[in-house]
Design a protein around this ligand. Structure first.
Ligand code: URA
Length: 408
């Protein structure tokens, strides 16, 4: 077998056998296949797609590339949650504590940012001292003690996803239904939870741009979940405008805390919706009952307390969380009503400030980001602040506002 034939076969849109997929992907993990060869194969997959058989085979190869977590020592239902990624999506930081405060175990294996969308691990690392690389023993102990734990993929859990994810991020190959399904479901299955909730973000600021693709992804992920005997619920949610007001890393953790403290917004509503789904499937109760419990956890402060307990347990010093001191307010040059905030461009802007990666080796600046001072539907006058940039330094940034906000 040789890699060039495999790449060529995929480029010609022919089905790859499991042996060929294994040769290429497992070979990449062992450094037998070069970055440029895997990049070419990923691009061919991105363009030509994969058959169901190829996807199921690749999921199996990804899972077997490392260990599977055994969570059977934990009593009760374990429910995991994953988002396909969106601009300003900090929902895990909100619903993990809510659901855990209601007695459900939430083992969360998270990733770093992908494309222009941020990742939970990067956001948590913005908290000074927060440890994201837990050993299996530490992860399980925290789940016993706190019911909620977040870890990045340890080197022995789906290591293939870890390396492929990083390569996709910098080769324009993030937006592929088969690759997203494989990446998420292999991690979730290896992560050991009984039930899985997937938030499929759909829209301009997401990897999946339209409803048809979102439904295709939902269908394949639910079938993979069923095959491995894990109840998998996929919710398709809107990502045409950024989620919440804060985009970045530390700045998003701050907004998650505001929601846990009672701030009401579209982000709060979506958090309640997704947390209720998780509680419903875990406790086997109606959606209405689950929603009542979720709202009670938020209003009573139980969820906030759980968040602080979780951060402290993983070494984080929340009182030291801070954003950059270099602020620049972007003022409206027009009066009118805001009709759109272009999520993708806001995501790109946040990345260019240093909140995301352009190259694999890039380091993130946790303190930079954007606060959207105005939301869709708000009325603005000339000179009102539309959004605020938190920058690496005091250099002035010139922007064409119409690339970010539509005002009519
Ligand atoms: N999240 C993942 O873990 N993988 C993807 O491919 C996309 C989002």
């Amino acid at each position: 077998m040789n890699i060039i034939d495999i790449i060529t076969k995929k480029r010609l849109n022919e089905e790859l056998s499991k042996e060929e997929l294994d040769y290429a992907f497992s070979g990449y993990l062992k450094n037998n296949i070069k970055d440029y060869q895997m990049s070419a194969l990923l691009m061919a997959i991105c363009i030509n797609g994969m058959t169901d058989q190829e996807i199921f085979d690749l999921v199996d190869i990804f899972i077997k590339s490392g260990d599977c977590l055994d969570l059977s020592s934990l009593e009760g239902i374990k429910v995991d949650k994953h988002s396909t990624g969106g601009i300003g999506d900090k929902i895990t930081l909100i619903i993990g504590p809510i659901v855990a405060s209601l007695g459900v175990i939430v083992p969360k294996m998270s990733g770093r940012g992908l494309g222009y969308t941020g990742g939970t691990i990067d956001k948590l690392e913005s908290i000074p001292g927060f440890k994201v690389n837990l050993t299996e023993e530490e992860f399980i102990q925290e789940l016993k003690d706190v019911s909620f734990a977040v870890t990045s993929q340890t080197s022995n859990l789906c290591p293939l996803d870890k390396v492929i994810y990083a390569l996709r991020d910098v080769t324009g190959t993030t937006e592929s239904i088969p690759l997203i399904a494989t990446s998420i479901m292999s991690k979730k299955i290896a992560g050991g939870a009984d039930k899985i909730l997937i938030d499929i973000k759909c829209g301009e600021g997401a990897l999946i741009k339209n409803n048809e693709d979102a439904l295709k992804l939902k269908d394949i992920m639910e079938r993979i979940g069923n095959f491995y005997n894990r109840e998998t619920i996929c919710e398709v949610t809107d990502m045409n405008i950024p989620l919440g007001s804060n985009i970045g890393n530390a700045i998003e953790v701050m907004e998650a805390i505001e929601v846990l403290k009672g701030k009401k917004s579209r982000l709060t509503d979506l958090s309640i919706q997704l947390a209720s789904e998780m509680v419903k499937v875990s406790l086997n109760i109606s959606l209405e009952e689950a929603k009542t419990k979720v709202i009670n956890s938020l209003e009573s402060g139980m969820a906030l307390e759980k968040f602080y307990q979780f951060v402290k347990y993983q070494g984080g010093k929340i009182e030291k969380l801070k954003v950059s001191e270099f602020k620049q307010e972007i003022k409206s040059e027009k009066a009118g009503v805001i009709t759109n905030i272009k999520a993708l461009n806001i995501g790109k802007l946040s990345c260019s400030l240093g909140a995301g990666r352009i190259n694999k080796e890039d380091t993130i600046d946790y303190g930079v980001g954007i606060i959207l001072n105005k939301q869709v539907g708000d009325v603005v006058n000339i000179g009102d602040t539309l959004f605020t940039l938190y920058k690496k330094n005091s250099n002035n940034i010139t922007l064409n506002i119409s690339e970010y906000y539509e005002i009519n």
